[in-house]
Design a protein around this ligand. Structure first.
Ligand SMILES: [Zn+2]
Ligand SMILES: [Zn+2]
Length: 228
């Protein structure tokens, strides 16, 4: 039981599952009334359940209590769109966008589109479960893995895809940021492939930090940025 409400863990998990299911099916977050009617949780308790899920880092809430992110899904524009056969999503960051076709059962092929943060050139890839997309573009992630949850929206907003090294260098010079982690599309695809496995199922178990490090290592990422 939860301290300040009569919510059970099962009710909180039902809310989590419906948030993720709605995002996966429709591209949008459900509202509180929808969450209440589907799960049978009273409207007053829905807000408490969402707050608990946010504290546990299953969700990100806005100041007004609405759902901003349920990784890899987002209700705000962070620079990427993901177009499936019947659903259109905001892609969250580069990592999240590449993850959606691996996670959503009926959408194994999607079109991921973005613009280069340095020169605004448009880029798009068909991302599938079979193999990484072709392309010489590079990912640049600004915030080290252990600090992502200090401000997760800012961290996601700075996990972008660039034309190449020249555009990364020019963006770092313009913004004054220190260089983060740079890697190719194949590494991004491997990073995204299984990271969110299980989030549409119940119960969901989060990766322990040691498991996360092993996952990053297997994807081909190295260095202190990734805690390795
Ligand atoms: Zn560029
Ligand atoms: Zn992200």
């Amino acid at each position: 039981m939860n301290a300040d409400t009569s919510l059970t863990n099962e009710q909180v998990e039902a809310i989590r599952l419906h948030v993720y299911g709605s995002f996966a099916r429709t591209g949008r977050a459900p509202d509180a009334a929808d969450l209440g009617s589907v799960t049978g949780v009273l409207l007053h308790d829905v807000a408490a359940a969402l707050a608990q899920l946010a504290r546990q880092r299953h969700l990100v809430l806005g100041k007004d209590g609405t759902i901003v992110m349920a990784h890899p899904f987002s209700s705000i524009n962070l620079g990427f769109s993901v177009m499936g056969r019947s659903t259109l999503w905001w892609g969250g960051c580069a990592w999240d966008s590449f993850a959606i076709p691996h996670l959503v059962p009926d959408e194994p092929n999607v079109l991921v589109a973005t613009t280069c943060p340095a020169c605004a050139a448009p880029h798009a890839w068909t991302v599938t479960r079979k193999s990484p997309p072709d392309g010489s573009q590079l990912a640049h992630f600004l915030i080290p893995a252990v600090r992502v949850w200090d401000d997760v929206v800012r961290a996601c907003g700075n996990q972008r895809l660039f034309c190449g090294e020249t555009c990364i260098a020019s963006w770092l010079e313009t913004t004054g940021h220190a260089r983060g982690s740079v890697f190719d599309l194949a590494t991004l695809w491997r990073l995204a492939r299984h990271w969110y496995d299980g989030r549409l199922d119940t119960p969901y178990r989060r990766r322990e930090p040691a498991e996360a490090k092993e996952y990053f290592r297997e994807a081909g990422l190295t260095g202190a940025f990734w805690g390795l």
